[in-house]
Write a protein that binds this ligand. Sequence first.
Ligand SMILES: Cc1ncc(COP(=O)(O)O)c(C=O)c1O
Length: 400
Amino acid sequence: MGFIADSLNRIQPSATIAVSTKARQLKAAGRDIISLSAGEPDFDTPENIKAAAIRAMAAGKTKYTDVDGLPELKAAIVRKFERENGLQYKPSQISVGTGGKQVIYNALLATLNPGDEVVIPAPCWVSYADIVLLADARPVFPETRLEDGYKLKPEMLEAAITPKTKWLILNSPSNPTGAAYSKEDMKSLTDVLLRHEHVWLLSDDIYEHLIYDGLAFHTPAAVEPRLMDRTLTMNGLSKAYCMTGWRLGYAGGPEPLINAMRKLQSQSTSNPCSITQWAAIEALDGPQDFIAENNAKFVERRDLVVAMLNQASGLQCPKPQGAFYVYPSCAGAIGKTSASGKKIATDEDFATTLLEEEGVAVVHGAAFESSPAFRVSYAASRELLEEACRRIQRFCGNLK
Ligand SMILES: Cc1ncc(COP(=O)(O)O)c(C=O)c1O
């Protein structure tokens, strides 16, 4: 329709939200659906964080705050970066937004001009590319390989950089693959960036705490402090603190960038929810032991899902070390026909037919710019995961 802006034609609605919505609708219509499509933990927000929100409300902390975060919250974020990452930021270098998504949106919209390029290793989170396209810039997708555990190699990064490159976006542990970079992996990439002074780095650390098998988390600005003045270190409370609905994300970075992000936010949402901000202080400063307890459950579930998916014919599923996703290849299913006679030509056909025939919702790889594969979120109970994997095995076993 001519009335809608051209920029909207460049982007797609979020595919993960679309699949989750379809699964919810089918469930409401009475179908027996197991949805492994959502990017959120199934655990509840810890009680101490909820209590802090209730206290804030009772104390009348219900008014506008500074656009990009309360001074008290910025101070807590400065402490977090110092304590957990060894990064020194001043409060003036901190930006707080309504979810990590808004922080990324602000950073990209505040910096990209038409024709600029952003290097996004694929498979990648669905929203990076669409935000880049909204800004009339160009996403460039070096495609990582299953054999490399879906990690970007320095030579791939080198080849993707051009004089037009403005940003590299790194996301470790990754959505959708769960891939987590070791310190050495990270150093091999920051070494490349040192040679390209015009390229900025957006490090999406939102899965920082969801890291397993004793692997330590390393954020790039700490691995290579010489990149500090061109790195935006972004994080948020949605995943580790089980606070997806509260909407709080934040970042540390150079002051001119933070100021530009604040200017943009001041003309869109203004401050993130005041009550959420007070709860966020408790989340960051309060007890953290629930994270290890949740992680122990995630590891058990990951091991179950990886083992069961690798037993399904035509699937190959690497075992990642972070987040709550696995990203099996379904190359062995492509070209086959399902029990009900549907031809599986793409990973989207695979996911749609799996949902129709077996009632299991997963997200097709094309949504993450890497096919043929699909993403399974294992943020669900063991019983549901076992049943879902049995259905996937049956679905794959029936393909001819
Ligand atoms: C890689 C990644 N970055 C950022 C976000 C944004 O999260 P939120 O806006 O809930 O903070 C998500 C959420 O799915 C994500 O998976």
